[in-house]
Design a protein around this ligand. Structure first.
Ligand code: GDP
Length: 197
């Protein structure tokens, strides 16, 4: 699948503001700085789509981008952001949990993790919640250009080991580098399949 047209639709600060039509949402989430905006720009082939709405102050909103009049690519706020106020912190903001666990539009969620890091506790806690709620999700390892093939394999193996201590099955795993422009086709093909199911 290729994306021909990607346009910014809206930013929402609460669930009631997300688009009300029936087009499916495919969403992206991860810790701040994981490479989410870069990946969104890589997937859409649009140099600055995610940055447009990713200006300070808007980063904690849900951004919907309309893709080929067929589906929405949804940029969720980063979690684990050190500078949010205590009242907002919870573990995951109300906006995130409302959307991820209550929105009926969301067809699939990509959780981005930094391939260079050990499995992070906050990512594992988020993934555990997804499993408990039966949310369809996959994991994207980002910034893979920073690792050798062996290092990447060990990094993925550490995640798999962690996940298999809790779950019998692994979610789909993807490997991406926005710098090297890799991983794009696999992710887009997967999205295409999701939209057809
Ligand atoms: P976000 O906060 O999750 O949206 O992350 P950004 O896309 O803004 O990226 C955060 C930082 O990581 C920036 O300095 C990017 O240049 C860098 N970055 C993002 N993706 C990659 C990648 O694939 N490879 C490398 N080497 N750096 C990346």
């Amino acid at each position: 699948m290729e994306i021909k047209r990607a346009t910014f639709k809206c930013s929402s600060q609460q669930l009631s503001q997300i688009p009300r039509d029936t087009l499916p949402d495919i969403a992206f989430i991860g810790r701040s700085n994981v490479g989410k905006s870069s990946l969104i720009n890589l997937l859409t082939g649009h140099g600055s789509l995610a940055k447009v709405s990713g200006t300070p102050g808007k980063t904690r909103l849900i951004n919907h981008f309309l893709i080929d009049d067929r589906w929405y690519l949804v940029d969720l706020p980063g979690y684990g952001y050190a500078r949010v106020s205590k009242s907002e912190r919870g573990e995951f903001s109300k906006l995130i949990t409302d959307y991820v666990f209550r929105s009926e539009k969301m067809h699939f969620l990509f959780v981005l993790v930094d391939s260079r890091l050990e499995p992070q506790a906050i990512d594992l806690r988020f993934i555990r919640l997804l499993g408990e709620h039966g949310i369809p999700f996959g994991i994207v390892f980002t910034k893979t250009d920073k690792l050798s093939r062996n290092q990447l394999e060990s990094s993925a193996a550490r995640y798999k080991k962690q996940l298999l201590t809790e779950w019998e099955e692994l979610p789909p795993l993807f490997f991406a580098s926005s710098a090297k422009r890799t991983g794009r086709e696999e992710i887009l093909a997967f999205i295409d399949k999701c939209l057809k199911d």
